[in-house]
Structure formats: structure tokens, C-alpha cells
Design a binder for this molecule. Structure first.
Ligand SMILES: *[C@@H]1O[C@H](CO)[C@@H](O)[C@H](O)[C@H]1NC(C)=O
Ligand SMILES: *[C@@H]1O[C@H](CO)[C@@H](O)[C@H](O)[C@H]1NC(C)=O
Ligand SMILES: *[C@@H]1O[C@H](CO)[C@@H](O)[C@H](O)[C@H]1NC(C)=O
Ligand SMILES: *[C@@H]1O[C@H](CO)[C@@H](O)[C@H](O)[C@H]1NC(C)=O
Ligand SMILES: *[C@@H]1O[C@H](CO)[C@@H](O)[C@H](O)[C@H]1NC(C)=O
Length: 572
């Protein structure tokens, strides 16, 4: 018998019904002379993966691959997803023509691989990567494979698998969810590299887009959901685009990490890592992670911020079209005037919009990119294509901008086309991002408190992704104002004064300028003990310890009363 290197497993299966004794030998290889029957398995040389017949619902039989060393029976690939067998008569054969045939008890073809050519000595081998390959027994070269399971993913990506498109053969590597946990036939969801415009990863339900990763920026996709740190310390991400193929891969730096990415039956992409100590899969990351990850939830020119309520706001220079019906349409305050000159406003730290109608070029500077965009009236925005090494290349968008969200972790700058009359304006900054030439008054609560009778703001406020001002406001309106202040200082005799300063501070940073007290009221409020209005939600905040406030009070000069100083910082 012709067998290559492999793990030899002796399986003794006693059939209680017929009292036949079946002896079978499993290796990592199936040859023309040695087929695989239900009950037998092949195991990869390093013992990582096993291929054989299994039954997720205890009735229907499927041919598949699962982790050998992992007791949870995690299946990573299924051959006959849509054509299960009703019994254990299945058999897998390698034919002279160089194809794999999965036959049932009456020799009907249940599933088959295909191949562009035939070879002398075809062998099927399960590799330790989890890839099941068909090749010429005398030819080890990966590029000469006749067929490989990695080309036909199910719901799982293993390290080394590609997500993308082979432009020569038209083959697409993409994930499709299982119908349910016990039914591997393709469900509603797919996860693919969408090649239109500038490529981006996309989860779809049928033809409806559910989630977009944002474009690749040389380090990562700009998505918020993945929470990739750039560069990620555990995985190497790679995006390849050339004449032949376009694909995305990810693999752990340490190849002994057992990791997989799954598109589950609810359309959620999840990365799991196996933890030996606990003998369990650990969910490392997931996408989408929140409402803001729902595709275009805030509509064109809307921006989503998950720590805000409501989450959707119009970008600077845009206003809600119809406030009454609560719809998310944002329209320009000032119409563009392309012929007579528009300009751009820079928005920082955003997940870039859907790039399906975009154009890009690697060899271009940002300044050249701006000119290209300016000279085409349907260009609505531009940015750098590659943010490594200080930024290079050009990516421009045509038509409405969709699917923008605030992303402090992986966000990128984008320059959005504006009527020239919008450009020089100062003032309104609610829900807005930093604009190129503006000086913003910044109101720093920490500074306020430090300047006040030596009190300090609770350090914990700055933790966990919410801005400290937002947290302070939440605690205040939830009648938990003491938690804003350091525990050690809560018994102080000046506590009431401090709380009053914080209260007035929160009034000064309310979102709408018309709600904020005037300078003279601030002085009166700080000097008296009268009742104060409840502070409304603060304006746009981010993860830095600052809040951007508008100019109606405390602008450009410190305002002080009764020895209490409120410090107003200037940005840049
Ligand atoms: C094999 O499949 C064929 C076609 O689906 C079917 O007619 C036949 O009954 C099956 N045989 C067994 C043993 O299941
Ligand atoms: C090979 O089979 C797959 C389905 O398993 C099919 O989508 C693909 O078009 C086939 N390719 C060729 C070259 O026949
Ligand atoms: C890779 O991970 C294994 C298991 O956690 C560890 O023993 C090994 O030292 C790691 N190798 C490197 C190069 O970090
Ligand atoms: C602007 O770009 C669009 C999309 O690429 C193109 O169809 C159109 O011809 C361009 N217009 C000009 C004036 O270059
Ligand atoms: C402020 O408080 C700290 C710690 O309680 C103390 O060490 C420091 O001397 C105080 N500063 C003033 C100016 O009272």
C-alpha cells in the first residue's frame, strides 16, 4: 500500500448489529487505491486537523474537517454542505482524472471537487494548516495543486486562507454563514472582499449590505468594529492587490496560536482563539459591535457616535432635512458652487465612508489629490490612501458619503467638499470635528476642579472610552455627583462649593449654545447659593480629557468669581 508520511491510527470499530469487525488505517493521505469510508478519518501530519464524516444534527452525514486536538468538535470546513447523506454509506474517492468524489451507498455522486488537469498519481492530503489538497504525488509545489479546500471556504477562515478574488479564474474566496448550528448549508449571510471602487470587507444579508469595514489603509481596515490596534501585536494583516488577484489575509505572528474567524448564522464576524489553560475558545473580537456598525445607519453625510445619544448627527456644514419625522437625512446648509470654487473641511478620526464609488491612485501626494478632487464637481471628498510613513496616495469619493462614524482608535482624516462660504466660519462646533483653520475654545473640567480649593476629579472618569466630561454629566444627572470627585476628598468642608463649580461647568459645556449661561450669569451662579438648572448633555466630546465648547460663554478669557477660576484653554 502506498502511503506517505503520516499518523497511523488503528480504528477498531465493533458493529454491535452485525458483529463485523472493521479494521481501518488512517493516514493524512487518500490515494486512488485507498478511499475513505464513513467511520474512518485522515489526520494531518502534525495532528492538528482531522477529516471524516460527521453529523451535526445526529441524523444527516457530512464530509468535513475539524480540529483534532480540540475536544469541542469545532468543524472548520464541510464538503457537501447542501447535500447531506441520510446514512453512513458515504465514501470519498480519488479518481484517475484527479478529482475527489463523495459517493453514497449506490455510487451516486454527492459532492465532487473539480480540476483543470489530470496527473499521473493524484493524492489527496490533509495538511496541518487545515487545508485539504489534491496534488500529484510526485509534485509538492503549492502552485501546482489540482484543488484545495482553502479555495472553497465555508463559514470559517483559518490562518493562510484568503478572502478576495482571483481575477484570472474568477474564483472568489468568501464566507457564507451556516443556516443554523446544526445545518451547514449556506445561510443568509456572506462576508467578502467587495472589489468595487476601493476594496473593502463587507457583510451582506442576501444582497443587502449590513456592515462595511472601511477601506484598507496599509495598516488595517479603518473599521471601528474590529478594534484593531495598528499595528496589531498578535496578527499580521495583509492586503494584496495586483493584476492577478486581490485578497486579504490575517495570521498570528506566533503560529502556535490556534485561531479562526467565523461568520456566524446571525451575520456576526467573530475571531476566536483557543486557550489551552481553560480548554475553551476565547472570543477575541467581533464585528459589527454596535448600532453604529450597521451600514449607513445615519444616512448620507450623517455621522454615528456610539457614546452619544442620539447616535446620529449631521456632519458640520449639514443639517437634518426633516427634524419632525426623525429621519436621518442630512443636507447641506450651503449649496456647493463648483464653478466658482468650493473648498474642503477636514474631519479627523472617522471611519471612512463606503468606497464603492471611489477612485484611487497610489503615486500621488495629498496636495495633488486635493486638486484632482477640486477639479471634478462630482468629487465629494478625498484622503490619503496609505497612512503609514506619514501618508501617501489618493482616495477620492464620488456622490453622497455614507457610513461615516467617529472612530478614535482607527479613524482617519478625511477632507469633505464644502461651499466656500462654509469654510471661514467659526463658532458652532457641536457634533463637529476639528476643522483645518479653526481655533476652538476648550473647557477643561479637570483644570476647573484643580483650580478649585484643591479638589481633583475622580481619575476613573477618564477610563473606559467615554469622555470624562460626558461621564461627569451622566453621574451628575443620575444624582451621583460625589462620584465625580476623588473618594478621599468627599468629606471636605468645601464640598458643596466644589459641586456647584462642577454644576456650573456642566452648564457651560451644554451642547446647544443657547442653553449655556452668559458670562455674567456664570459669575452670579458661582457667587450665590440659588438653585441651578439641570445641565443638559454636553457637546461633542472625545476620548481626550477635553470637551469642545462653543463661544457663547467663557471664551478666550478666564472668567473668575469669588476666587474660583475657570480656565479656558485654546486649541493649538
Ligand atoms: C444515493 O443518491 C441517489 C441520488 O440522490 C439516490 O437515488 C439513492 O437512493 C442514494 N442511495 C443511498 C443508499 O442513499
Ligand atoms: C469548481 O466547482 C465549484 C463548486 O464546487 C464551482 O463553483 C466552480 O465553478 C468549479 N470550477 C470549475 C473550473 O469547474
Ligand atoms: C508561541 O506560543 C507558544 C505557546 O503559547 C510559546 O510557548 C512560544 O514561546 C511562543 N513563541 C514565540 C516566538 O513567541
Ligand atoms: C469626474 O469623475 C467621474 C468619475 O470618475 C467621471 O465620470 C467624470 O468624467 C469626471 N468629470 C470630470 C470633469 O473630469
Ligand atoms: C492639595 O492636596 C494635596 C493632596 O491632598 C496636598 O498634598 C497639597 O498640599 C494640596 N495643595 C494645596 C495648595 O492645598
Amino acid at each position: 500500500m502506498k502511503t506517505s508520511m503520516g499518523v497511523y491510527t488503528i480504528l477498531l470499530l465493533c458493529s454491535s448489529l452485525s458483529s463485523f469487525l472493521i479494521l481501518s488505517i488512517a493516514t493524512d493521505t487518500i490515494t486512488m487505491s485507498q478511499s475513505l469510508r464513513d467511520g474512518e478519518t485522515v489526520v494531518s501530519a502534525g495532528g492538528s486537523f482531522e477529516l471524516g464524516f460527521f453529523s451535526p444534527d445526529s441524523v444527516k452525514r457530512y464530509l468535513g474537517i475539524w480540529y483534532k486536538k480540540i475536544s469541542t468538535g469545532t468543524v472548520v470546513w464541510v464538503a457537501n454542505r447542501e447535500t447531506p447523506l441520510a446514512d453512513t454509506s458515504g465514501i470519498l474517492k480519488v479518481t484517475k482524472q484527479g478529482i475527489l468524489l463523495h459517493l453514497n451507498g449506490t455510487e451516486s455522486i454527492i459532492w465532487s471537487s473539480n480540476s483543470s488537469r489530470s496527473v499521473q498519481n493524484p493524492v489527496a492530503k490533509l495538511l496541518d494548516s487545515g487545508n485539504f489538497v489534491l496534488r500529484d504525488g510526485n509534485d509538492d509545489k503549492p502552485e501546482n495543486l489540482l484543488w484545495q479546500s482553502f479555495d472553497y471556504p465555508g463559514d470559517t477562515i483559518l490562518p493562510g486562507m484568503k478572502l478576495g478574488i482571483n481575477m484570472i479564474t474568477g474564483l472568489e474566496w468568501y464566507l457564507s454563514s451556516w443556516k443554523s448550528t446544526d445545518n451547514p448549508s449556506p445561510g443568509d449571510f456572506t462576508y467578502r472582499l467587495d472589489p468595487y471602487g476601493y476594496p473593502q470587507l463587507m457583510i451582506k444579508k442576501g444582497s443587502a449590505v449590513q456592515f462595511i469595514s472601511g477601506p484598507w489603509n496599509s495598516l488595517t481596515f479603518t473599521t471601528y468594529g474590529f478594534r484593531n490596534r495598528s499595528p496589531n501585536p498578535i496578527y499580521r494583516f495583509n492586503f494584496v492587490s495586483n493584476q492577478k488577484e486581490m485578497y486579504y489575509t490575517s495570521e498570528p505572528f506566533n503560529s502556535s496560536l490556534v485561531t479562526r474567524v467565523v461568520l456566524n448564522q446571525n451575520g456576526i464576524i467573530q475571531r476566536f482563539n483557543w486557550i489551552d489553560r481553560t480548554q475553551a475558545w476565547n472570543l477575541y473580537r467581533t464585528a459589527p459591535i454596535d448600532d453604529c456598525d450597521s451600514y449607513a445607519i445615519c444616512g448620507a453625510y450623517g455621522s454615528c457616535n456610539s457614546v452619544d445619544y442620539p447616535e446620529c448627527e449631521c456632519l458640520k456644514g449639514f443639517v437634518p432635512k426633516n427634524v419632525a419625522d426623525g429621519s436621518n437625512k442630512c443636507v447641506r446648509k450651503m449649496q456647493l458652487d463648483c464653478q466658482n470654487g468650493d473648498g474642503f473641511i477636514k474631519y479627523s478620526s472617522v471611519k471612512l465612508p463606503d468606497t464603492r464609488s471611489s477612485w484611487f491612485k497610489e503615486s500621488m501626494t495629498l496636495e495633488e489629490c486635493k486638486l484632482v478632487c477640486l477639479n471634478n464637481c462630482s468629487c465629494m471628498a478625498y484622503t490619503s490612501l496609505d497612512i503609514s510613513k506619514g501618508g501617501s496616495g489618493c482616495l477620492i469619493w464620488f456622490g453622497d458619503l455614507l457610513d461615516i462614524r467617529v472612530s478614535t482608535e482607527n479613524g482617519q482624516d478625511i477632507y469633505i467638499r464644502m461651499a466656500s462660504s462654509e469654510l471661514g466660519k467659526k463658532g458652532h462646533l457641536l457634533n463637529d470635528y476639528t476643522t483645518e483653520d479653526q481655533e476652538l475654545p476648550l473647557f477643561d473640567l479637570t483644570t476647573v476642579a484643580k483650580a478649585t480649593n484643591n479638589f481633583s476629579i475622580n481619575n476613573k472618569l477618564g477610563q473606559g472610552g467615554f469622555g470624562p466630561v460626558y461621564k461627569a454629566w451622566r453621574l451628575y444627572i443620575e444624582s451621583r455627583p460625589l462620584e465625580i470627585i476623588d473618594a478621599s476628598l468627599r468629606d471636605s468642608s468645601s464640598l458643596l462649593e466644589v459641586l456647584r463649580v462642577i454644576h456650573v461647568g456642566l452648564l457651560c459645556v451644554q451642547r446647544f449654545p443657547e442653553d449655556r449661561p452668559s458670562m455674567s450669569s456664570v459669575i452670579l451662579m458661582l457667587g450665590s447659593k440659588g438653585a441651578l438648572p439641570q445641565p443638559k448633555q454636553p457637546g461633542f466630546f472625545n476620548e481626550m480629557n477635553i470637551v469642545e465648547a462653543d463661544s457663547s460663554s467663557c471664551k478666550h478669557k478666564p472668567c473668575s468669581a469669588n476666587g474660583v477660576t475657570i480656565t479656558v484653554l485654546e486649541a493649538r
